[in-house]
Design a protein around this ligand. Sequence first.
Ligand code: HEM
Length: 178
Amino acid sequence: MKGVVFTELVEMVESVFSPDIADQMIENANLPSGGAYTAVGTYDHAEIVSLVVALSELTGMSPEELQQVYGRHLFSRFVVLYPHLVNRFDSGLDLLEDVERVVHAEVLKLYPDAQLPRFQSKRLGPGELEMVYRSPRQMSTLAHGLIEGCLEHFEQVADIERRPQADDAVAFHIRCQS
Ligand code: HEM
């Protein structure tokens, strides 16, 4: 997984919790890489899971809640780091519908070794979208947070329903209120 996903997690923990908690998280996670991440490096995605579990033990928040909070934060950072990928869309739903075909396709041009999930999107109506997430890394809770962060950025209020599928896929049913 690309270093940006790790450096942004460490920075979020430093600012939302504290620099001490961030240091303890890295120490307790017993990371093969040692935790000295750079944005351009590539690391085992299992380290994100170890960091989130360590953070959960330090804060008492569940790993799922932390991954979702992190997904929301990560989207707000993508807005700053990759504005051209976000600003080309008029709405959050439009971005989400094209996240694989447009956004992640551009990410793959920037980082040819990126490991990206698969999304099958279906517009069910003007304000309604179904996205089915599939990834061997099974980070659907991170995806959930990224979806929330995306809709928040475009100031769209939505109900997001999450339905696990038989083959480890997760379907998100998104219904915008406006
Ligand atoms: C401007 C918007 C976005 C950018 C720049 C972006 C970029 C990235 C990057 C760089 C990675 C890491 C790839 C790797 O480590 O090899 C990633 C992974 C991921 N992205 Fe995006 N992304 C964006 C929007 C989204 C949105 C809106 C969603 C959710 C619908 C999403 C879902 C994911 C997930 C779940 C992963 C983790 C890998 C996996 O599940 O297999 N991304 N993305």
